[in-house]
Design a protein around this ligand. Structure first.
Ligand code: FE2
Length: 228
């Protein structure tokens, strides 16, 4: 059996259900250093990607009880945070689709075929419409679609909580049972900032996949200084 097939099978919960905490490491496993260098080559500045990586990791850890994903899923999420906007180097408007194509075709991005498809899938759907379950393109039979939709939900949420062009908020997360409260603290709260960070639809997939309610609040940092 090819090693790729074995890893695809191992990703399936049925084969590793007695070990919810499992990690898959092989010479082909996503190397964040390599991936980051590949993204820098295309985008130059990856400040936004690094912030999305930190936000998504924090969200993953905080909501662990709700998503029940393995440590391997965390690695996938972090890698996706790095690559998700790479298509902007070619076409800003259609960057999710263009980026997915770049990931699928690149020879300098060293990934297994399975991981390449996973990162292309997450990049393709990190913005706009999400396909109905089972209608996802790019993935093949061996991929765990349920797990990948949860990872996608975390990625989309993290991406929505940072911006390439606006001030990046300081974020405070709170989780109480199935209620996730996110406060974005900013120096300058304009109407535009509020519109960007409070976009409800950006958090819908997370609410669906994790069965939780997301509340987002944008606050001026001066208010924080007054409280302190
Ligand atoms: Fe982004």
């Amino acid at each position: 059996m090819p090693i790729e097939t074995i890893f695809s099978l191992m990703r399936r919960k049925s084969l590793y259900q007695s070990f919810p905490e499992h990690v898959i490491l092989s010479p082909n496993t996503m190397d964040l250093g390599d991936i980051g260098r590949w993204v820098v080559k295309h985008l130059g500045d990856i400040g936004h990607e690094q912030r999305v990586l930190r936000i998504s990791s924090t969200l993953f850890d905080l909501t662990r009880e709700l998503h029940g994903l393995s440590y391997s899923a965390r690695r996938i999420l972090r890698a996706a945070a790095l690559v998700h906007d790479v298509g902007r180097s070619i076409d800003k408007e259609h960057h999710p689709m263009v980026g997915a194509g770049m990931i699928l075709r690149s020879r300098s991005l060293r990934l297994s075929d399975s991981d390449r498809r996973v990162l292309a899938f997450l990049t393709h759907y990190h913005r706009d419409e999400v396909p109905a379950f089972g209608d996802e393109e790019i993935l093949d039979e061996g991929h765990d679609r349920e797990e990948l939709r949860k990872i996608l939900a975390l990625l989309r949420t993290a991406d929505a909580l940072d911006s390439r062009s606006l001030e990046s908020p300081r974020l405070v997360f709170g989780l109480k049972r199935k209620r996730l409260k996110i406060t974005c603290w900013l120096q300058d709260v304009t109407g535009k900032v509020r519109r960007v960070y409070e976009r409800r639809r950006k958090f819908r997939l997370l609410e669906e996949e994790l069965g939780c309610a997301v509340e987002v609040d944008v606050k001026a940092a001066e208010a924080l200084q007054l409280v302190a």
